[in-house]
Design a protein around this ligand. Structure first.
Ligand code: PMP
Length: 360
């Protein structure tokens, strides 16, 4: 077997133990004589897989009983539309914090249905920081406040959740769900695409405070209505069955590793090695402001675009893959989600040291 260290922002690296388990169970799932891919989503075997995944996620995130978990199609991007279609009241107004390209997409979509107030933005500095927020900046009459908890492209994370009073807080947690502890009760709704920190692409996770579902706009399509999926246990139509099964295996792996608190500690350690190196390097520097740094996505640059390209090429040659930054910002980005082994980050830092010595 030859595995590289894959620093892709998503779809991203998965725990090798999970891949091996899936491989073992691929053709004949526990004596069922079929693969999980071939099972009816309503069969007892599949229902056990599905409900098991929900229960494990509930336990990992300590989801309170008055919240519902859904496994849906359509990626995080569908949530850009589903959130306003379901959470807008007759007022149809919401507050958004603009911390990057994904926030902007969420804002553009919500604007199709109502009035969006952009409370703060970090666009002036290519989104390399999270703006300061205070309660008085938010409209107490808004239907909800939307934030992107971790900004995959720029490597920033909200250092703390904003105080939005009684207005429901909505979090796009696509790139740091299960990577650090969050108090779910502080949110009205959390959503995330799976393909970064959870499993393969194809399933999006939505966690909603139950009372927020059921007052959707009249124009809301049935498939976009949270109540449809809550009432049908995410089985209104065929759910992304195999992606949910894989997510369940990752949840099991996380529980075996000690859960989210244990992962957070390891993630802080892994990111710490990279940031310590970047802060002391004469060649490399991190691009996100210190107070807003992410433990999941670490963007950095050398002193020139030519050296950036050389670094990416030489790193790939020794099995440190997909380090190119997002096309909108350039440079490099190491995505070091839960499943990135500590050895992968150590190998990257060692290579950066060596590269610096040779290229200063
Ligand atoms: N939000 C964030 C923070 C993301 O990083 C991404 C994907 N890169 C998305 C939303 C969009 O996710 P999807 O491709 O699942 O629609």
């Amino acid at each position: 077997m030859s595995r590289v260290y894959n620093f892709s922002a998503g779809p991203a690296t998965l725990p090798v133990e999970v891949l091996e388990k899936a491989q073992k169970e691929l053709v004949d799932f526990h004596g069922a004589g079929v693969s999980v891919m071939e099972m009816s989503h309503r069969s007892s075997e599949y229902m056990a897989i599905f409900n098991g995944a929900i229960e494990k996620l509930k336990s990992l995130m300590s989801v309170p009983d008055n919240y519902k978990i859904m496994f849906l199609h359509g990626g995080a991007s569908s949530q850009f539309g589903m959130v306003p279609l379901n959470l807008f009241s007759d007022k149809r107004k919401a507050d958004y914090v603009n911390t990057g390209a994904w926030s902007k997409k969420a804002i553009a979509e919500a604007k199709r249905y109502g009035t969006i107030n952009v409370v703060a933005t970090s666009e002036d500095k290519t989104f390399n920081y999270i703006p300061e927020l205070s309660k008085d900046m938010f409209d107490s009459e808004a239907d909800y406040v939307h934030i992107t908890t971790n900004n995959t492209i720029y490597g920033t994370t909200f250092p703390e959740l904003p105080d939005v009073g009684d207005v429901p807080l909505v979090g796009d947690m696509s790139s740091n769900i299960l990577a650090q502890e969050y108090d779910v009760s502080k949110f009205g709704l959390i959503y995330a695409g799976a393909q970064k920190n959870i499993g393969p692409a194809g399933v999006a996770i939505v966690i909603i405070r139950e009372d927020l579902a059921g007052s959707e706009l009249d124009i809301c399509p049935k498939m976009f209505n949270y109540k449809t999926h809550i009432d049908n246990g995410s089985m209104f139509n065929t759910p992304p069955t195999y992606a949910v099964y894989m997510a369940g295996l990752v949840f099991e792996w996380l529980l075996e590793k000690g859960g989210v608190a244990a992962m957070q500690k390891i993630n802080e350690e892994k990111a710490g090695w990279l940031y310590d190196f970047l802060d002391n390097s004469a060649l490399f520097s991190g691009t996100a402001q210190v107070a807003s740094r992410s433990t999941m996505n670490v963007p950095f640059v050398t002193t020139s675009e030519d050296l950036d390209a050389k670094f990416i090429k030489e790193a790939a040659q020794i099995g440190l893959k997909t380090l190119k930054g997002h096309r909108s910002v350039g440079g490099m980005r190491a995505s070091i989600y839960n499943a990135m082994p500590t050895e992968g980050v150590k190998a990257l830092v060692d290579f950066m040291k060596e590269f610096e010595l040779k290229n200063k």
